[in-house]
Each structure stands twice: as C-alpha cells, then as structure tokens.
Design a protein around this ligand. Structure first.
Ligand SMILES: Cc1ncc(COP(=O)(O)O)c(C=O)c1O
Length: 350
C-alpha cells in the first residue's frame, strides 16, 4: 500500500567510502567520500525531494513547480509520481542530455528555457502561490522545508567517522548550508566547511576570498552542470556556514575536475559527475598548497552519478574498422599486457 505522506524510495543512509589508493597517490593518508550518487535517482537531491513532497502533501498542494539543472528535476519527478502529485519543471537548454532524458519517463511537464536566473525564480514563486503548487527549488530561500532533507547528510556523517574538512561542490549554496546544519554544531571536533566552485563560476568562493563585495557575478564561464549559478540564492547563508567553521572557498578549473573524474574511476572504480569530481580535485589542490596535511581526514560529498552527464565521453573505437575480430583482441592483449610488463620491470630495475 502506498503511504503518500511518506514517499520513501530508499534515499539516504549512504556509505562513507575510503579513497585509499587515490589518497596515497597524492601523499595523503586518507580521503573519505560520502557516496550520495547511490541515491535512487543518482544524486543527493532525492533527500530534498522526499522532504519537499512530504511537505506538499501535508499542506494540501495540488502539485509541484520548480527549476533545476537536472538532478533536482529527476528527483522531484520521481518523488512527485510516488505521491501522485503532477509536476512542472523549468530547465535550462544547456542541461546535459542524460539528465534531461532521465526525467521524461515520469511524465513531468517540461519547459526548456534559455536562462533561469533570480527573475525567473521569483516569477515561478508567484505562480506556485497562484496555482497552489509546491515551490520545489533546492534552496533555503525558496524551499526551507525541503532543504531539511539534505540536513540528514550531516546527521549521518556524525556516526560515520571523524573528519577534519568537508569539501562540498557548491552552486546555489544550499547543500553546503544543509550539511553544516546537520552536523553537531556543539561538537568540539567540528570539521571545517570548504566551498568548492568552478573557477569560471565562483561567486561564493571569491566572496570568501574578499575578491567581491557580494557573492554575485555577472555570468558563468564553465561547463560543470549543477554549479552554474552566478547569483546563488543561498550565497550569504553558505558564506556564513563556511566562516563559522574557519573554512574557505576553492576555485577549480573545469579541466582539473574532468581529470579527477577519470582518475577516480580508474583508481577507485567510482564514476561521479563532474561537479562531484571538482570537489575532490579541490582537496588535492589544497594539499599541494599546504592548506591540508598528510594527517588530515578530509571528506568529499560525491553528490551525483557519472551517468548523469556523458557528454565528454566518446563511443569507443568509432574510428577503427568495425566489427573487431578475435585476432584484433589478441593484438590488443599483447600490446597492452606487454607494455604493462615492460613498464613494471623498468620500474623494478630503477
Ligand atoms: C551534482 C550536484 N552537486 C552539487 C550541487 C550544488 O548544490 P547547491 O546548488 O545547493 O550548492 C548540485 C546542484 O544542483 C548538483 O546537482
């Protein structure tokens, strides 16, 4: 029987994984990772969607309306369907095709828009009031009830280890605020909250570094889906959350996020979307700059699955003649394994 007031789909209680090989590679004793990509629709936004839909049902809303860069839209669509609430989603044209297509099966009404800024958000807020729809943006400014869902990340972390720093991929700022609120603020061993943003769209990190008078920039110049908010709705709240733990803001180039996405898959078998890899790249960058040291235990929130954005990955072998034969297979094995053996014995003799 469906309990429409509790639209549970298995979200939350994600594990913390140890990235030992990757940490060793960069001279750290450990890096921990909260595996939020394991949530039902592949991102931490499921926690927010569950709380949002629960609130919508309790208040008697007839449906939901929101904006999203893809993850929030997929999560709201799933949990909205579960509760029998129809959804309306405004989504930017630049959304990765995998994020967009994965929303289609739920039957959500999609509106592809050129740009979604604060003006559009405010207009959507007015429409939500007019039509008795739950405003389903993943930001405290518009949906504080829903954001309590993400605070469970911080709650869970308290029993999952002792971390010195928490690296959060940051766009609108809500996730960082939620994790900080979910942690025990009374604890003496409070981790520092670190805001990781793309160099081309870093209003909060740059404001934290005193490079701006407000956490706002005119436009974004980055391709990292989910983190492209020049005027982040929770920018001030996120700034305070970082400052109150003596944390700081990081700027990471897109190319470093992509390199880390590959490295994490190849060294640890974990495939995350570029936004998550960007926060991990920030740890390594800070390690090189001496901001964290070998004995620290930084944790990164791996917010979304790599399957959400495959734009960077080409179909393999499209240039060679297809189909391949078994002798091609032998050739590949010999070439690859001989090369690996030679490298291994050269390393041993050095
Ligand atoms: C995968 C991923 N990571 C991080 C974030 C950043 O969250 P926030 O906008 O609350 O800062 C988002 C937001 O959409 C996201 O989709």
């Amino acid at each position: 029987m469906i309990n429409r007031e509790e639209p549970y789909l298995g979200e939350g209680q994600t594990p913390v994984l140890s990235l030992k090989a990757l940490a060793k590679h960069f001279g750290l004793s450990n890096i921990s990772a909260k595996a939020e990509y394991l949530n039902p629709t592949g991102s931490y936004k499921d926690r927010i969607a569950a709380a949002t839909v629960q609130d919508a049902v309790r208040r008697g809303h007839t449906g939901w309306i929101g904006t999203s860069s893809g993850n929030g839209g997929a999560a709201m669509s799933a949990y909205g369907s579960r509760a029998g609430l129809p959804g309306f989603l405004c989504i930017p044209l630049s959304t990765p095709p995998e994020k967009l297509k994965s929303i289609v099966p739920y039957g959500t009404t999609l509106l592809l828009m050129d740009e979604i800024g604060m003006r559009e958000m405010d207009a959507i807020k007015n429409l939500s009031d007019e039509f008795n729809l739950k405003m389903s943006v993943t930001a405290y400014q518009y949906n504080p009830e829903g954001m309590t869902g993400a605070e469970t990340i911080g709650n869970e972390l308290q029993d999952q280890g002792s971390f010195t720093h928490i690296y959060v991929p940051t766009g609108g700022g809500g996730l960082l605020v939620a994790v900080a609120r979910g942690l025990d603020t009374q604890s003496r061993t409070r981790p520092k909250m670190i805001c990781a943003q793309p160099t081309g769209c870093a209003p909060i990190s740059r404001y934290l570094r005193n490079e701006l008078n407000a956490p706002i920039i005119p436009t974004c110049d980055s391709m990292i889906s989910g983190l492209l908010l020049p005027d982040p709705p929770d920018g001030q709240l996120a700034t305070k959350a970082v400052q109150s733990t003596d944390g700081w803001g990081c700027l990471v180039d897109d190319k470093d996020a992509y390199a880390m996405q590959d490295l994490l898959a190849q060294m640890e078998g974990i495939f995350v979307e570029p936004a998550s890899a960007l926060a991990l790249a920030a740890i390594i960058q800070d390690c090189h700059q001496g901001l964290i040291c070998e004995s620290d235990n930084p944790l990164v929130i791996l917010t979304g699955s790599g399957l959400k954005d495959l734009r960077r990955f080409e179909q393999p072998d499209t240039s060679s003649t297809l189909p391949a034969s078994l002798s091609d297979l032998r050739y590949k094995l010999e070439a690859t394994l001989h090369h690996a053996q030679e490298t291994h014995s050269r390393k041993r003799s050095n």
